[in-house]
Design a protein around this ligand. Structure first.
Ligand code: ADP
Length: 156
């Protein structure tokens, strides 16, 4: 059985994240969505809200579960025994950062753990959580950038 992890802040979950989740869930037996808990980062949604929203959006994905962790990603990966860490690539900026992280993590991960990259769907490659937060906080329309369930909460 192949256990995969997809981690991020998901503040909020976007259509780009959801696309990576949908595709990774088809590739691996079990996919865990690991919400990164970072108390020093000012978040729009609390951890509880993000966890609740992810569970709501992903309720029909039988092999996907939602979890959270703080501290070093490699510690969480090693203690949970993930075989694969999935990342999404939108552009060369992501690539430069992600390659460095994958190379550092390769030294820290259990020997059997691999980082695997999925190319962003071009329909969503311009979307980031920070763009969604900025547009929404200034009253702009974020329809189509986040799943319906999230849109309802953000409008509220
Ligand atoms: P954080 O909030 O911790 O910075 P991100 O939300 O930026 O995390 O990213 C988590 C992962 O999802 C990263 O691998 C990132 O490249 C990927 N990702 C983010 N947005 C998209 C998108 N629109 N399409 C594909 N992958 C994405």
């Amino acid at each position: 059985m192949t256990k995969a992890l997809y981690s991020g802040s998901f503040d909020p979950l976007t259509m780009g994240h959801l696309d990576i989740i949908r595709r990774a869930a088809k590739l691996y037996d079990e996919l865990t969505i690991g919400i990164i808990v970072n108390p020093s980062k000012k978040a729009m949604f609390t951890l509880e809200e993000r966890e609740e929203m992810l569970k709501e959006v992903l309720k029909d994905y039988d092999n996907v579960k939602v979890d959270h962790f703080s501290g070093l990603l490699a510690d969480y990966v090693n203690r949970s025994g993930f075989d694969v860490v999935v990342r999404g690539l939108r552009n060369t900026t992501d690539f430069d950062y992600e390659m460095q992280m994958a190379q550092v993590n390769d030294r820290l991960f259990n020997d059997f753990t691999e980082t695997v990259f999925l190319m962003a769907d071009p329909r969503y490659s311009f979307i980031s959580s920070s763009v969604v937060r900025e547009v929404s906080s200034l009253g702009g329309n974020i329809e189509g950038l986040v799943p319906e369930e999230i849109l309802k909460r953000m409008v509220k």
